[in-house]
Every structure is written in structure tokens, then in C-alpha cells.
Design a protein around this ligand. Structure first.
Ligand SMILES: [Zn+2]
Length: 301
């Protein structure tokens, strides 16, 4: 019998980049409720599931688009890249890993920093990218965050950090760990100057990032369902020799145990931040304008 399909020509090879795959990004399948939604609709919903509100991981490009008015912002230190202080080699030399990751992601490191307006309010924002070596914190991450904090201090604008990280970057060892102290010290200066710091913890925020700037906000807030912790659950279970409670290290669990101020849905994020900053950054009243006298009685209610 004739086979239904026979490859007549031998040795046909299609280069990988010419292979036709299922068009990427047409459909989104929610990993939580398995609902299948068109990518366009999913994006319009800010990459949260329209059925169950699962918050999909996004990066600095998306967060900046959500928060800055008309997606207009000025990036700070956009070309800062990592050195290789330890001549580190794992499966490949560190500089090669950096170069490959830059090419794959179009990013220079695991954080981008920028300033602009959010609902008309000036703000400086640093946002981590998990796509860049697991959002790991190396010297570039620490330095860019520190400089962004300096920018906030110089311009007297509130500072916001959006964390998403597996922790310190192994390939820079001690240099990574030093970033915890450096960023914390800068945040202390910001605090002395009475400028607000909002820290948003997104999925996942772990390791040295949780142990430093992510938990130092005047407001520590998180996205629903985000994994937040220091060490992984397996390490903790083996150390304490006990089973861990359900939903351990979820944003909801962390909130219930007093480490977060509130959990915010991504779709409400911009407005919530604006309301919050309006409360803590009161507009300066011009000197000519005398404050209105408070009325002793009110008509309403
Ligand atoms: Zn879902």
C-alpha cells in the first residue's frame, strides 16, 4: 500500500528560525484554571486571567506601560552592564552568559529604572526582569537601584520598586550580597529625607531581594498569589523538621502574618498607588492662598 505521506526528497532541512510553529501569542492558556483566552484579550486585561484573575508574570516593559502616563518615561543608566569580577565559569563563562541573555531578552540586566509621571504625579520606578538570569541581583541591579534612589532624592519624587527575583546572583557571589547593604543604606537616606518608598513584591520575590530592599518599603504591597519568601520551602522543611502550612509563602499568607500592608490587583495598581501617594505627598499650598477655615458644622450626613 502507498503510504499516505511520503517524503520524496531526501535531506530536507529547515533552519530553526524558518520553522512554522503554532503562531506564538495567539492564545493564552491560564496555568491556574486552564481557561484558553485570546492573547489580545489577555493583554488587554494586563496579563491577568479574565476567568480566575491569575496574575501572569510580566516584565519592566509591561509595568512601565501600565504605570507611566501614555507609556512616557525617561530611562536611567540604560547601558550599565555587568563585569566579571570573579572570572566565574559554570556551564559557560559568565560574560558569555550575559551576552547570550542580552541577545535573548533585549535587556542589559535584571532591573530597569526610569522616571516619569503617573496620573500626573512625578515618580521614579525601578522594575526587575525575571527573564534576565532569574531576576538575580548582581552589582548592576544594586547600582541601578541605588542611582534611581539618588535620582528620587535629587528630584524629590517618591520611589517605587517592583521586585521579581530568585535572589542574589551566584556568579557575582560576595559582590551580589554587598548590594543588599548598599541599597538598604540608600533607602535609609531616602527615608531621612521623608520621601515615600513603595515596594511591590511580584511573583516570585525571594532570597537576598526579600532580605533587603523588597521588604523595606514604607508600604510593602504585593500582587495576588505571588510567591514571597527567603529560603525555598524544601530547605525550611528540612531545617525545622516539620511540614509547612498550606499556601506557605503566598502573598496572602505573608499578608496574614503581618509582613505586607495590602495585596493589590494589577488592574487597580495605578489608581491605588496614585491614591496612596496623594495621601503621603500632599500638594504644597501656594503661600498666597490661605488655608480654608474648617467648618464647625457640616450640612451633609
Ligand atoms: Zn485562570
Amino acid at each position: 500500500m502507498m503510504p499516505w505521506f511520503k517524503r520524496v526528497e531526501k535531506g530536507i532541512h529547515t533552519p530553526t528560525e524558518e520553522k512554522k510553529e503554532t503562531p506564538d501569542g495567539l492564545w493564552y492558556k491560564c496555568p491556574e484554571c486552564k481557561a484558553v483566552i485570546s492573547m489580545a484579550e489577555h493583554r488587554k486585561n494586563l496579563n491577568t486571567c479574565v476567568k480566575c484573575d491569575y496574575h501572569d508574570r510580566i516584565g519592566s516593559e509591561e509595568y512601565f506601560a501600565i504605570l507611566f502616563d501614555d507609556n512616557k518615561f525617561t530611562e536611567l543608566d540604560g547601558n550599565l552592564t555587568s563585569g566579571d569580577p570573579l572570572n566565574f565559569v559554570d556551564s559557560k563563562p559568565y560574560p558569555q552568559r550575559i551576552a547570550a541573555t542580552e541577545k535573548k531578552t533585549g535587556l542589559k540586566d535584571a532591573v530597569r529604572t526610569a522616571y516619569g509621571k503617573m496620573n500626573g504625579q512625578n515618580i521614579t520606578i525601578a522594575c526587575m526582569d525575571f527573564a534576565f538570569i532569574g531576576g538575580s541581583m548582581g552589582s548592576v541591579v544594586g547600582e541601578k537601584i541605588s542611582r534611581a534612589i539618588d535620582h528620587a532624592r535629587e528630584t524629590r519624587t517618591p520611589f517605587m520598586m517592583i521586585s521579581k527575583s530568585g535572589g542574589a546572583r551566584m556568579m557575582e557571589a560576595g559582590f551580589s550580597l554587598m548590594q543588599m547593604a548598599k541599597t538598604s543604606a540608600k533607602l535609609a537616606l531616602l527615608s531621612e529625607e521623608r520621601l515615600p518608598y513603595i515596594s511591590l513584591l511580584t511573583d516570585p520575590t525571594t532570597g537576598g531581594v526579600t532580605a533587603s530592599y523588597a521588604m523595606l518599603g514604607d508600604f510593602n504591597i504585593a500582587e495576588p498569589g505571588a510567591l514571597i519568601g527567603f529560603a525555598g520551602p524544601r530547605v525550611i522543611r528540612e531545617t525545622i523538621g516539620k511540614d509547612l502550612p498550606k499556601d506557605f509563602q503566598s502573598a496572602e499568607f505573608v499578608l496574614e502574618h503581618g509582613f505586607l500592608d495590602f495585596i493589590v490587583d494589577r488592574k487597580a495598581l495605578k489608581q491605588k498607588l496614585t491614591d496612596l501617594l496623594e495621601m503621603v505627598m500632599p500638594k504644597e499650598t501656594p503661600k498666597s492662598e490661605k488655608p480654608k477655615k474648617l467648618r464647625a458644622t457640616s450640612k451633609a450626613s
